[in-house]
Design a protein. Structure first.
Length: 208
């Protein structure tokens, strides 16, 4: 099985449900691939939505080994509507606030939408007075989950697990040094943003 097929299989099975929803996911994937092959898909640089209803975010535990670029942590932001994923790499967890500021500016400039809500766990990088003041100034509602309850932030937690499983699969199958894990993460995020999801019908997160 090729790496492309393997990762598509991983991302598809991560949304499998007992009621047979995975079949619908396969059908959406086939429809999207047909449109890709016939050139019918278009990239939207400006979204028709004025606001991102909610962004879910979380950071991982330190990744081992440290990457070639001295990165240790993975910070993800997920649009609750489309499940589109953005990823940033951190040397220190204290850099998370600066990355969030960059992320807010990035989606405002590139997509033309604003963040209205942010759901995150109670890690110290998201509970500082500076962070709360920034969110209040920019009209961002902060929703903090209960401590030690990852189930309340399940979208981000599951997405991180999916990403890391894809990364391990890629590095192992291609016998790539583990220090290149950030490059593998970027590749996994690229695939997930262009793969079918049950969150939106007949579109990929990148299109939605």
């Amino acid at each position: 099985m090729s790496v492309w097929s393997l990762e598509i299989w991983w991302s598809s099975n991560s949304t499998t449900k007992a009621d047979g929803s995975w079949v619908a996911t396969v059908e959406m994937f086939q429809s999207i691939m047909r449109r890709l092959c016939t050139g019918q898909t278009t990239q939207k640089l400006i979204s028709t939505r004025k606001y991102v209803a909610s962004i879910t975010t979380t950071s991982t535990s330190p990744c081992s080994p440290i990457s070639n670029s001295h990165q240790r942590y993975l910070l993800t932001f997920i649009d609750d509507f489309s499940r589109k994923l953005w990823v940033f790499f951190l040397t220190y967890k204290s850099d998370a606030f600066k990355r969030f500021q960059l992320f807010k500016t990035k989606i405002k400039k590139e997509i033309g939408i604003s963040i209205r809500g942010l759901r995150t766990d109670r890690c110290r990088e998201f509970t500082s007075n500076e962070f709360f003041e920034f969110c209040a100034t920019n009209g961002i509602h902060c929703q903090l989950t209960t401590a030690y309850t990852p189930q309340q932030n399940d979208v981000a937690e599951r997405k991180n697990c999916t990403i890391m499983n894809m990364v391990r699969s890629l590095l192992t199958s291609r016998q790539v040094l583990k220090t290149f894990w950030p490059e593998a993460v970027n590749w996994a995020v690229h695939i997930l943003n262009r793969s079918p999801t049950l969150a939106v019908r007949n579109k990929t997160p990148e299109e939605a």
